[in-house]
Design a protein around this ligand. Sequence first.
Ligand code: ADP
Ligand code: MG
Length: 739
Amino acid sequence: MSKAQVAEKPAPSQAREPPRAFATGEAQERSRLRAVPLRARPRPSRLTAGITTLRGAGPRLAEAASELGIDSLGDLLWHVPHAYRDRTELSELADVRIGQEATVLVEVRSTKLRPTRRRRLTILEATVADASGPTKAVWFNQPWLADQLAPGTRVLLNGKLDRTGFKVSAQEVVDSDTPGDRSSPAGLHTTGIVPVHPASGRLRPQKIRDWAWQARRLAADAIEPLPGGLRARLGLAAAGDALTAAHFAETGEDVATARERLAFEELFLHQAALASRRSRHDAARRAPQLDPPGELTRGWLESLPFELTGDQQSALEEVDADLTAERPMQRLMMGEVGSGKTVCALFAMLRAVESGHQAALMAPTETLAEQHFQTLERLLGGAGLPSAALLTGSTPAARRRDALGHLATGQLELVVGTHALIEEDVSFARLALAVVDEQHRFGVRQRAALDAKGPGDAAPHTLHMTATPIPRTLSLTAYGDLDVTALHELPAGRRPVETWVVGEEKRAGAYEFIRERLREGRQAFVVCPLVSESDKLQARAATKEGERLAKGEFRDFELGVLHGQMKASDKQRAMQRFASGETDVLVATSVIEVGIDVPNASVMVIEEADRYGLSQLHQLRGRVGRGEHESACILFADTAAEAAKIRLEAISSERDGFKLAEVDLSLRGEGEILGTRQHGLPRFRVATLPEDAGTLLRAREEVLALLRRCGSLDAPELGPLMDAARLRFGDERAEPIAA
Ligand code: ADP
Ligand code: MG
């Protein structure tokens, strides 16, 4: 076939037409997307069918799909692409540059199978041409294609040009005058806006794309959870149309419209689930209304050996207002370690006692509970101390019996403890306030158990505390059912921790610096590399590093080792020995993140710091700089990776935990923040933060408006909406996180 003949066929500029027709008249397209009527009678039950009902979905692939969370056809539809390749534009061969990915319409001149030295590799080469000239196209390991590519065949190729030729990743034989027909098997992968779905090694994107194409019409059977009025007002596409377009849109505009609608739906349903949980909680039981602050709390505040920070002051005011109301307080106090949360909690506890009630503080570990109890004894010492007790797993039986007896009669006014507080045989005479420290480490059920310890029909006021500050957008999704108080300011007198990122070449100098501090009487932490897959490996690393340092750099000092695999009593002992100054250096895994307060420790070393997340580094660093000594944090790190470099620069220049959390979020996306699950963040399928922050705020506003308008989210007309919300998010945060 001559060049002239090729030119007779639609030239590339004309050939571009059909695909581009999808992209014209954006506004018109959008209205088309919105105007497509739903199938007369959607049948949501069709979406529950398993994916093996699709062509090309056998049991083995179904298993791989299941690992991606895809079991039913509905799951598949909600498994929306995470990227799109725009192949709406056809290129001329002559215009394609080396390294560029492109789609071209060409005619095959000749093909040849080339043998290679490597047995398992076959290469198919074809000379192809369009009006702008010929080039060589290359396929790997698809010898059978030779049969389909007889000379003269017109074919649409998608691939990338490199020095040896056009490496084809997908092709479509064009046998009509309308190339770019998506419904042809290959056109699906080469033409228009090609969706790329999250996939795995066992389940390739191509396969998922193929399934999604088969299932696309079923989107019309998707339940429409959003009220019609709301959709009309906000101009949101129908659920089914949005789902279809999220997979197979014809323009970038359609993709954006579809995704926005789906993200809104997710965030809206999530906010609705949170709001409904909160309002059910509020409606179920009243809380004891406490008297305004009296002599006891006022005297206590005056007796404190320091001035409250502004943030603490506002926190106390907010807590105070909550406590005098009948609606049970559900407040989260967020502030990093040392920001003075415990002081605020003690204030609230005293308020309860002053009004003739009891208060309990629950912490996730014995060490933390003990520390809180000591703080409480220290800070309440002067205030005509109310009766207080510590209740943990290791409280001796006799003491425990005593405490339980006095709690039940009301003689004991304050109790600090661990999970031991929510055991069944613990009952309170008049529990008015429950404080939950490191609240993310407790499950919903555990918190509910404490809640149930309120007197009779009354719920205690609850103050949750967390030392992991997160940005506001995240706190709205993670804690949307709580009122949030943030403590940004650190109390006066706390010194910033000098933070250095150093490479291997400075290791000797760093150890010398630490030895100097040790000789001055200070103590040091050495934090071992994070081995996320295995506590055991991590424990082994810590033990080995401890041995190495004890024989090497720190041979003149006392060393202790602390890791998560040690028995509780051994851990306790290791911490105590370090706290009392018996050991100079504590070599530990990241377990020290929570629960150790040694003001004399002024240096911390973190090994392979590039493997830690920003927030985690910041938490770890918070373990030093707690006394009057100048403190330092030395981060050994490989800064080759760009993300690690940005992270480490941020940690060495910024000390505000909230700001660092924001950097962390923007660097990694909420789904990947280490320990995200600890924040109780739901897994969204479409929405991402912080990108969708605006949509989140809108969704929240709409839920609140709905609540105001209907009085309650249990109103019958909201049935379908709330069913969908509960189905999707009902059990969120239900699972306790292992300590
Ligand atoms: P958190 O519970 O947030 O970690 P704490 O309430 O335990 O913080 O406070 C940390 C330390 O700082 C405690 O020793 C506490 O007595 C002290 N502290 C709290 N508030 C202030 C303040 N406003 N000024 C000085 N020291 C404070
Ligand atoms: Mg604390």
